[in-house]
Ligand binder design. Structure first.
Ligand SMILES: Nc1ncnc2c1ncn2[C@@H]1O[C@H](COP(=O)(O)OP(=O)(O)OP(=O)(O)O)[C@@H](O)[C@H]1O
Ligand SMILES: Nc1ccn([C@@H]2O[C@H](COP(=O)(O)O)[C@@H](O)[C@H]2O)c(=O)n1
Ligand SMILES: [Mg+2]
Length: 204
């Protein structure tokens, strides 16, 4: 369990920080490895709230935020948005939720994300899921996703794969060395992957 200090309320209202004890599981894996798909299943069976960092950033663009253009450009280029933006969105979403169990999908994406989240919220994840999948399979899935995402084109997909290897794998290694990571073979069919995921949550 960790605590979320309500920095948003502090800034806006000047009120004293309120604290909420929460349980966080980080859901990591390459682009198209099936993080979002499996999070939907976990929510249904285990009562977590799913927070996708990518979805929160896309909502921020749609909301007309002053950061919208910057975020849009970063996503098109497959780059990682500065942590202060993403951590604030995650922190606000946790604070506004009635739940105390969160699946944080696609975050932390790099060392800066990881350190900023820990420093700002004081939360250490209960454990980390790593959906391990070949680039060939992830590329096939992303090109077939058809959700109109600006980053699901071959040029951006290649950039996202490079960012994953260079910046995100070291974060997984950080948690692996602390024995927090469950590696899941994500190349299997959706139902088979979920069987493995289910076992992890039932025994955790
Ligand atoms: N195990 C699987 N086998 C085949 N297709 C899958 C599997 N898991 C997910 N998919 C499909 O692959 C696509 C990508 O899945 P999903 O959106 O869950 O990936 P993601 O890891 O969240 O990707 P991103 O990082 O880009 O958000 C979707 O069209 C989904 O239906
Ligand atoms: N921690 C994060 C998460 C995402 N992004 C940006 O959003 C893009 C899409 O993310 P998905 O998880 O939905 O694939 C990603 O490529 C980044 O540009 C981010 O900056 N930081
Ligand atoms: Mg996703």
């Amino acid at each position: 369990m960790g605590t979320v200090v309500d920095a948003v309320n502090q800034e806006v209202n000047g009120s004293l920080p309120t604290e909420k004890k929460v349980k966080v599981v980080f859901v990591l894996g390459g682009p198209g490895s099936g993080k979002g798909t499996q999070c939907t299943n976990i929510v249904e069976h285990f009562g977590f709230t799913h927070l996708s960092a990518g979805d929160l950033l896309r909502e921020e663009i749609k909301s007309g935020s002053e950061n919208g253009t910057m975020i849009q450009n970063m996503i098109k280029e497959g780059k990682i948005v500065p942590s202060e933006v993403t951590v604030k969105l995650l922190q606000r979403a946790m604070q506004e939720s009635d739940n105390d169990k969160f699946l944080i999908d696609g975050f932390p994406r790099n060392e800066e994300n990881r350190a900023a989240f820990e420093n700002v919220t004081g939360i250490v994840p209960e454990f980390v899921l790593f959906f391990d999948c070949s680039e060939e399979e992830m590329e096939r899935r992303l090109l077939g996703r058809n959700q109109g995402r600006v980053d699901d084109n071959i040029e951006t997909i290649r950039k996202r794969f490079n960012v994953f290897v260079e910046s995100s794998l070291p974060v997984i290694e950080h948690y692996r060395s602390r024995e927090k990571v469950h590696v899941i073979d994500a190349g299997k069919p959706i139902e088979d992957v979920f069987k493995t995921v289910k076992n992890i949550f039932m025994t955790a």
